[in-house]
Design a protein around this ligand. Sequence first.
Ligand SMILES: NC(=O)c1ccc[n+]([C@@H]2O[C@H](COP(=O)([O-])OP(=O)(O)OC[C@H]3O[C@@H](n4cnc5c(N)ncnc54)[C@H](O)[C@@H]3O)[C@@H](O)[C@H]2O)c1
Ligand SMILES: [Zn+2]
Ligand SMILES: [Zn+2]
Length: 365
Amino acid sequence: MTVVARAAVLEDVGRPVVVRELELIEPRAGEVRVRMLASGVCHSDLHVRDGEWDRPTPIVMGHEGAGLVEAVGQGVTTPRIGDLVALSWLIPCGVCRWCRRGQVWACPDSPSYRHALLDGETSFRGVRSYCAIATMSSHSVVPAAAAITLPPATDPAVAALIGCCVTTGVGAVLKTAAVPAGRSVAVIGLGGVGLSCVMGAVLAGASRIVAIDRVATKLDVARSVGATDTVLATDDAAATIAALRELTDGGPDYVFEAIGLPATVELAIAALPVGGTAVLVGMTPVGDRAGFEVYRFVDGAKRILGSNYGSAEPSIDFPRYATWSIEGRLPASRLIDRRIALDDIEDAFAAMRRGEYVRQVIDFD
Ligand SMILES: NC(=O)c1ccc[n+]([C@@H]2O[C@H](COP(=O)([O-])OP(=O)(O)OC[C@H]3O[C@@H](n4cnc5c(N)ncnc54)[C@H](O)[C@@H]3O)[C@@H](O)[C@H]2O)c1
Ligand SMILES: [Zn+2]
Ligand SMILES: [Zn+2]
């Protein structure tokens, strides 16, 4: 059976994404076909669309999706046909030094980064799949290892978000930084990623959670998911730092940067008290640099951590986060404030550039 997918294709960076009908290959050994139910729009998609990261084209976009498995290739036992799966944008290679010691999130040789199936074949016949999963498509053929089965009661849109922003933000707090209970936390940038850091800080038992954004409506959402305090940021970084110090007895023990701007990376580091940790989650355009004052950093025994995919082990962490969302401990559905159709993708990117909406989610019929 030949399946024709409706897919959001980036023909060339910097050009509008177009929806095209593309023929899919049949899933082969080690591959599955997923009928997509939902795909989030992450700022990483916008980085790719705008050419801020170097990615091959033409490519089917999207890396934050969930759907139902509708066909499996030879020998595939997991997942099974009918499973609700969230797609992981990082498939560990399994053999590099980081994979061998269990740090799969750090795998530099992940086949996902080739944006094709494991043997280099493309599921969309000549058009690549972003991170080998291409979630902005009605259907996608993906490596079975990327499709992680979730409890069937998981809301499909939440399942999609577990594929990127939830895992990235919650994991940055609980896994990368492993914030101990009772510490103070600040989060700069309240999109899907930053608000997931806020939810992670609640789960960690942080004493204060200060949420910062330059868009006032984001501060209200942050309070609704557990922020204890908010700061409306302006271009005056010194004022933001002063407000943060005031709220946290001299500076937050942990500052999460969830935007990806050199100025806010520098703000995160400058706001640290003695012994504080800056956790960099936001991603800048390739090549950007940031600076900090070395003497105060070393003398104050501070730390900077980079957090990729929330230090996720997707097959373990995705079902955990899904269960917490079902139990109400992780209110991930509050992140979703706009439902769109696949054809609205360029409008969604434009809204994201303006700082509108927390998480826009594409619904597939
Ligand atoms: N480390 C990882 O593994 C990983 C995974 C996913 C996404 N990311 C990155 O995380 C970042 C955030 O992603 P997102 O989808 O949540 O983005 P988003 O665009 O939805 O959210 C960014 C937020 O930052 C706010 N903001 C922008 N400039 C600001 C400023 N100067 N001061 C204060 N607030 C400001 C915006 O109003 C918005 O609320 C992106 O760079 C993305 O590429 C990293
Ligand atoms: Zn993402
Ligand atoms: Zn590896």
